[in-house]
Write a protein that binds this ligand. Sequence first.
Ligand code: IPM
Ligand code: MG
Length: 372
Amino acid sequence: MKLKIALLPGDGIGPEVLSQAVKCLEAVEESFNHQFAFKEAPVGAVAIDVTGDPLPEQTLELCHEADAVLFGAIGDPKYDNDPKAKVRPEQGLLKLRKELGLYTNIRPVKVFPTLMDQSPLKKEIISGTDFTIYRELTGGIYFGEKRISDDGTVASDLCEYSEKEISRIAHLAFKAAKNRNQKLTLVDKANVLESSRLWRKVVAKIGESYPEVALDFLFVDNAAMQIILNPSQFDVILTENMFGDILSDEASVIGGSIGLLASASVGDAAALFEPIHGSFPQAKGKNIANPVASILSAAMLLEHFQLFEEAMAVREAVSKALEKGVVTPDLNPNTKYGTSHVGGFIADNVVDSHDDLNMNDENIGLGKSTII
Ligand code: IPM
Ligand code: MG
């Protein structure tokens, strides 16, 4: 298959983790005979530095022309601590989501059996966790009208949803639930918010055409508690933009590191793949960031184009790295491996995924082949 993939490394650790995902995609290209054409463009704080714009026109054009976008991370502390900043890196990502029509953000949450002990939660609580968050991505409070009074003492952000915005993601979430464990939980705040009551009404109606899917409703405060108390009760969680943002960071705790969680953002005509973690500026350039979330985002990209065997090869290579302890310091403070080594190990194992070969554990970390 021929694919044009736009690479947007962005800020902080974005470039480091993204290049590991590219290594893995190149390994897939080589082993499965595909042609991926990569083109890179700036976004976020690095783009502001050069052009004054967090999403330069050329970057947006490249994304429109591409079959898929692979995104690194966005954000820089110099803007976080400056409430008066007129341009912010995050605006680049939000505009990109809006312009590409990426209204559904899919965030799978699963525990790797080998990492059970990494979680701050008890094993018996997290075992069996396997759910996916369907987060609405181009509406709600993120995109509603923003106001600040002339004297700067009163501010507001409007949370608005239309039936159309709710129903298009709801259909995707119901379809996903149908193919998974047939359960869909709508998370909202319908006891307080008018917009949530519209979500309930629209989703309940759509649910009638998916009789095989059991639909239930949870208020977001209760959902935040249930995710930590009993995460295995969930299959597909459907929710609006900001609740999804918050709950997905919370859910990342279950698996032991936010550095493991990937995401796909899809619309009718475009798709973007990115780790859910941020730019982690403290780790920038230190070769310590976990590349797994970015690599698993690349696996989601492959699945998006029905390249299931290829995606499986990447996932198995990731599992092998975790099993063999080829991990970054977020998963093992005493590890001797950094970002590029972990990425290289995973890519090597993608290349060799065809062959049922044994690992030569002694060569792990020596930069030599681990295949014997
Ligand atoms: C995410 C991030 C973004 C969001 C930021 C960087 C704008 O937190 O993708 O979850 O809030 O959507
Ligand atoms: Mg977030």
